[in-house]
Design a protein. Structure first.
Length: 201
């Protein structure tokens, strides 16, 4: 499960290259921007979007509003709680290939193969990389070097800070969020019990 917030860049989602470019050129850079635009204007106002890409963004709007098996739109506090328990591979899902310092040839080859985040890329061998379209030995070496220390949490935290809206320091304070959530749930249970007692009189 990938927990999204309105502050996340659109590059975290597996958009087609055409859809991503159309949104980006229209100044739509975050998930919040997508939600805001959809409430104010028709997608057909963006000339770069055709019928197919509009269908694609409409499908993603349903996912953002209703959730799916793979994605959920949550608050910053709730995501911090979930990510405080995340493993390194799970955290790497939040670092988009588009936003890294990899070269344009490396990004283009990975994205054309629908490899959009570092969790997907970090497990690839040199043989795997060379099997991708437009991937040469020099570019494969660049990617392997970039991913060589992704088992180090300090390196992962640096990448999260540089390329995402996630502040690793907030993950450390997520226990406070959990405590407040549990308190709210207990209060809701008490309110329900009181309501049932009042109705039974």
């Amino acid at each position: 499960m990938i927990y999204l917030t309105v502050n996340d860049r659109i590059s975290i989602l597996p958009f087609s290259i055409r859809l991503y470019n159309g949104l980006y050129r229209a100044g739509i850079n975050t998930i919040g921007d997508i939600l805001d635009y959809s409430q104010k204007y028709p997608w057909s106002n963006i000339h770069a979007l055709g019928e197919k890409t509009i269908g694609e963004i409409d499908n993603w709007l349903l996912i953002l509003k209703n959730g799916s098996d793979d994605y959920a739109l949550v608050s910053d506090e709730e995501r911090s709680y979930h990510l405080s328990k995340a493993t390194i591979p799970e955290l790497l899902q939040y670092i988009p290939v588009r936003d890294t310092s990899l070269s344009a040839p490396a990004k283009n080859s990975l994205l054309e193969s629908q490899l959009i985040n570092l969790a997907q890329v970090s497990v690839l061998s040199e043989e795997d990389l060379l099997s991708l379209k437009r991937m040469g030995k020099k570019t494969a070496k660049e990617i392997l070097e970039f991913c060589s220390d992704l088992d180090d949490m300090r390196r992962v935290n640096e990448l999260l800070t540089a390329y995402t809206s996630i502040d690793p320091h907030t993950l450390e304070s997520s226990e406070a969020y959990l405590a407040s959530k549990e308190k709210a749930e207990r209060l809701a249970q008490w309110n329900r019990l009181i309501h049932e007692l009042v109705n039974s009189w």
